[in-house]
Design a protein. Structure first.
Length: 312
């Protein structure tokens, strides 16, 4: 299923690469938050992969933190990969949907705000897990479904008013619950997904649109309209944005929801879940409460038996 036009994603990034530093505030902020998560891991990573590296912002942010010795950087955009190579670390152009790396190649794989443009996210996660060595770390951040709700709502309403219908502007971002399930489906161990929001204020909607273009984050939905948005539609969207969301100073909030994924390639040394029913202590005892019956439940032999809560 081709939700996104990957060639258009690449063109957007190629166009953004030369002046990305003027618009990379979100990348730098999320890279810092990923670096803080990595600092909590008491492990060294001799060889890591930065998947969707942009211009090398994560490598610059780590700056030796996280015990990463060598970082291989790759991006769908050749122009971004070329910019990342200036960090002194190897970089190449590669597609997240068809990774060119052998199995068990990396001690860690990182990804900074790139995987939300992948058509087959479950398949990409499987490839990432295979590229990791046993007990290798996967740490990523991608945009979630509440991203830019203010702008998207204003654009949709403006298109309905000015053009008689709304085009496909909403990307099918994964939410945090879906992301955790995808990690499990891909065969990762100890999966964790969490979410936070970053709100940035702008003097007007057009400055926000300029930043999105400068980051290479403009619409790349495969069914997008092939003609430029009408001036009247954009002006109406900007007016709606202000009417709905402007604060007392007239500034407009822009919300970026970020989903963080942490998981490990399976290894026998990792903690394993207990077999259901094998617990040796009662939860009711630990909570110092009384165990209550939840009614009768038939056993496999057809006999009724009490169904208890708090029994493990």
């Amino acid at each position: 299923m081709q939700v996104f036009d990957r060639r258009l994603v690449r063109r957007h990034r190629d166009r953004a690469a030369p002046r990305l530093a003027e618009h990379d505030f979100l990348l730098r902020e999320v890279a810092e938050r990923l670096a803080e998560r990595l600092e909590d891991v008491t492990r060294s990573f001799p060889l890591a992969l930065d998947l969707g590296c942009h211009d090398g912002v994560l490598q610059r942010t780590l700056g030796g933190r996280g015990s990463v010795e060598t970082m291989v950087q790759c991006d769908l955009s050749p122009a971004m990969a070329q910019a990342a190579r200036r960090n002194g670390q190897p970089a190449l152009a590669a597609d997240e949907e068809t990774l060119p790396f052998a199995e068990a190649s990396f001690d860690a794989v990182f990804s900074l705000l790139s995987l939300h443009w992948v058509n087959d996210l479950p398949g990409a996660l499987v490839q990432i897990r295979r590229a990791l060595k046993p007990d290798g770390l996967f740490l990523a951040a991608l945009l979630g479904g509440e991203t830019l709700t203010e702008l998207r709502g204003a654009l949709m309403q403006a298109e309905i008013e000015e053009e008689g219908g709304a085009g496909p502007r909403v990307s099918p971002f994964a939410d945090v619950a879906q992301a955790g399930g995808l990690l499990q489906r891909a065969g990762f161990a100890l999966p964790v997904a969490d979410v936070d929001s970053i709100t940035v204020s702008y003097p007007d909607a057009f400055r926000l649109m300029q930043d999105l273009r400068g980051m290479g984050e403009t619409n790349a939905v495969a069914a997008h309209r092939r003609t430029a948005s009408r001036r009247a539609t954009l002006m109406r969207a900007a007016a709606l944005y202000g009417e709905r969301h402007a604060d007392q100073d007239g500034r407009l909030p822009a919300t970026f929801q970020v989903v963080y994924l942490t998981a490990w390639a399976p290894h026998e040394s990792q903690p394993q879940p207990l077999r259901p029913g094998s617990a040796k202590a009662r939860l009711a005892d630990a909570l110092e409460t009384e165990e209550q019956s939840a009614g009768e439940k038939a056993d496999p032999g057809g006999q009724s038996r009490p169904n208890y809560t708090n029994d493990q």
